[in-house]
Design a protein around this ligand. Sequence first.
Ligand code: F6R
Length: 234
Amino acid sequence: MKLIQVNNAAEGGKKAFDLVKEAMENGLETMGLATGSTPETLYQEMVSSDLDFSKLSSVNLDEYVGLSATDPQSYHMYMHEHLFAQKPFKESYIPNGKATDLSAECQRYEKILMDHPVDLQILGIGRNGHIGFNEPGTAFDTPTHVVELTESTIQANQRYFDKIEDVPTQAISMGIQSIMKSNMIILLAFGTAKAEAIKGMIEGPITEELPASVLQNHPNVIIIADSDATCELS
Ligand code: F6R
């Protein structure tokens, strides 16, 4: 794992953008994308750049179960607002949270991932060390699956909803196995809320209790983090 320390999220977004640009110069075809507050500065850099993403494919990590693509809180809508409306990709895949057969949807998504191997995956990290929506205890060999969100994740995501009862309790997420197949991974982390998870991910044992710790086994991971997120590192 390589750690790049930055002063703040704005600088982190710029660093990540430079790496995306470099990857494009080196033949990037498919980008794995994340939602949430963390990648926003990267997406701002992408949107305000003169780069053209229309020859790239994208696959997103996850989507809430029960939210349609047009729901304002859906990750489909997040991606549209933060990136795709201004910078369309050739094709963009996000799990369908409204699928009637969720396990068939997971299989369909795995097939998409097989047809579009991810060259560069963008990740955030949950306070409990989740990546995608792979919560603590998820087996490392899990492919795309339906997840029961933990109380801590529901509370963390409440900020996007009017009330906690509105936060979906399930999501479809790329599995840890799917994430680990990416050639290169950039994980972004900003703020003290992520400090404990970052310490566990980098210095702790590799354990399913802290899903991001599996990244110690990946040959090409770059962590871009600010001093708040790295304050617990020894
Ligand atoms: C989002 C995702 C999650 C987030 C994580 C951090 O697609 O898969 O793992 O990256 O929950 O969320 P933020 O960035 O909002 O702190």
